[in-house]
Design a protein around this ligand. Structure first.
Ligand code: THU
Length: 130
């Protein structure tokens, strides 16, 4: 299955009764395996989680920690950009040149990279002083 098909399929499982905005994400890890996630909202709104977070959690739970490619899809006017928190989560597990495809359910796609999504990112180097 393609990343696109995997993301579109898992989007259908999103739990989004409060926003009515379903998001699907699929990531391919360094091993070539695909992991998927959808947004899971909660009546206590801040407790909801994003699709990208779910896909990353599935990858890590399976014992993998390296992102090779990312695909995110939603029913929106322009390809869905990952939220700020998800950009930092992607950066944790993917090098800057990892391709991120943002898509609409109408078939519009826009390609970017983790580095372009999060310029000036905070990382472990910033905690070193020597
Ligand atoms: N959402 C995601 O799943 N990923 C993003 O990158 C943007 C936002 C979800 C969170 C919430 O359930 C809904 O979209 C509306 O913000």
């Amino acid at each position: 299955m393609s990343l696109k098909a995997a993301a579109a399929a898992v989007r259908e499982n999103a739990h989004a009764p409060y926003s009515n905005f379903k998001v699907g994400a699929a990531v391919r890890s360094a091993s070539g395996q695909i992991y998927v996630g959808c947004n899971v909202e909660n009546v206590a709104y801040p407790e909801g989680t994003c699709a990208e977070a779910g896909a990353i959690a599935a990858m890590v739970a399976a014992g993998e920690k390296v992102l090779a490619e990312v695909y995110v899809i939603a029913d929106c006017p322009t390809p869905i950009p990952p939220c700020g928190g998800c950009r930092q989560k992607l950066k944790e597990f993917g090098k800057g040149d990892v391709k991120v495809t943002m898509a609409t359910t109408d078939g519009d796609e826009q390609e970017t990279t983790i580095a372009d999504l999060l310029p000036g990112a905070f990382d472990a180097d910033h905690m070193e002083r020597s």
